[in-house]
Design a protein. Sequence first.
Length: 621
Amino acid sequence: MAPQPAADPADADAAAAAGTGTPADRVLTAAIRHSAGRAAAICLLAAASAAASVALPAALGHTLDLALDGSGEAARWTALCALLVAAEVLLDAVSAHLTGTTDARSTAWLRRRGLEHLLAVGPRRAARFPHGDLVTRLSGNAAEAGAVPTTAATAVSSLLTPLGALVALLLVDPWLAAAFCAGVPLLVLLLRAFARGSSDSVSRYQRVQGEIAARLVEALAGARTLAAAGTAGRERARVLAPLPELAAQGRRMWHVYGQAMVGSGVLVPLLTIAVLAVGGVRLTAGELSVGELLAASRYAALAAGVGAVTGRIGALVRSRAAARRVGELLAVPPVAYGRRTLPPDGTGRLELRGVTAVRGGREVLRGVDLVVPGGATMAVVGRSGSGKSTLAALAGRLADPDEGRVLLDGVPLDGLDPAELRREVGYAFERPALFGDTVGEAVAFGAYDPGPGAVEDAARAASADAFVRRLPAGYGTALADAPLSGGEFQRLGLARAFAHAGRLLVLDDATSSLDSVTELQVSRALTDRVRAGTRLLIAHRVSSAARADLVAWLEEGRVRAVGPHEALWELPEYRAAFTAGDGPGVSDGPDALDTPDALDTPGAPGGPAPRAARAAAEEPR
């Protein structure tokens, strides 16, 4: 299986910040602020329920005393007790409903925020997280972190019941409260040990979950290769290799929880017995009534209610651990853009000035100076690892150079408004990822909707219109129901690029799956039927280079020569670039940024999109 890209050195500061725990606090604070009103309502409802719960034992005790005395007031107090019970049930029901809806809203907000941030950081920075791990962070972890507003609200209210019960016990009889308080330090130690033990095990458990998810996504992406190689069993073992650690951390969590429950199971009855023993003595001495003793026993149980507090602490621990993982994603700085626009009379002149790009600790491009004249078609050729795909990514700012500048019509790309950049720079890839429900929507997908007529014109230019019309519903056919070959997928990707063609169009080996006749037809249509502009072609075929106005020959990250293909063809080293084992699908290194989910998002700065249709090939590059 292909390894995941190495972490980008440019993200070292973000990684350091993520390790401090500050991102987790920011996520939790933002989530609480987002649901502050609803959380406050839940807290008030829970406080009212706690008040009813604390008032009920006193009312029951007083009712019992009245009944024993034969007073006629007992009936009225019985009705009050029933009212308190009904109020507690109703308040708990409303609180539970509001808690569920608030959790859902907060989780949806946090997931949306995480996804928008992921798309904004660009593919290079996002590559530090394996795809499966990203799914875990934006799904399960976001759900647990999104529950923090309600968890915090109910945690506050869960303390009101034991504290209120302790105060009520003190009002019933100070000696009873003193007997109970003798065991309070043990309760505090019990809760503290539970919080500490849970925090570490929950963090490790969530980390291992993300690791298993990352391995599973890798395996699913290469399912055909695994089936062909007969290594499904070996891959299954690799995916599930972290399972023992997951099980160990799960057992550890239950062990910590079990210890807390066993401790409370021993301590709570002892405290209750101590209160009842002192209460019995006070009852015998005539200092306490039967009803007050009944209330005291109930208050002792409420004051020692470790179970509810333990559950809230456990939920807060899980939320904080999950928020830390979401915060690590949100701590990655997004790509910064300017507000400049391109000159209206620009021709699409592309310039690379002293461009250096480092990938995986290696200089993939070194001091590249290159000019693509406006309106010209330039092919970029070179051996494997020469930097072709990295240059293509830099040309449209799918990545930024480590040194140097890239300009379009004299304007640095990092100073352009993002909407302007994506409207004027289009991409087509070797293995496109298609987005949308139907074939027509997949071609129209981009920074703007070109309209049905432009979609069909672009499909004709990409030699896709004929096979699209043979589909059951033509352009309205659902992508999931369209039996498309790899070449047909590639032509739809070309059609999408043609439909949104601006002053610069980058084709990263986007015709590699086409036969020679279709490639020739597409090349002619690109000249005659697609909006005029500058073309940058990453070429592996001699025919692609031969049809370009100019060829930029890369070798070991440098521009070896620029000129017409016919002139360069006289050089044996140039001819060898097409026959030295370099073919379609060869990347420039571990950070080549040529995977479809990382690059093929015309309407966004980069990153995987929420819904991807089938890609032309399964194996990751």
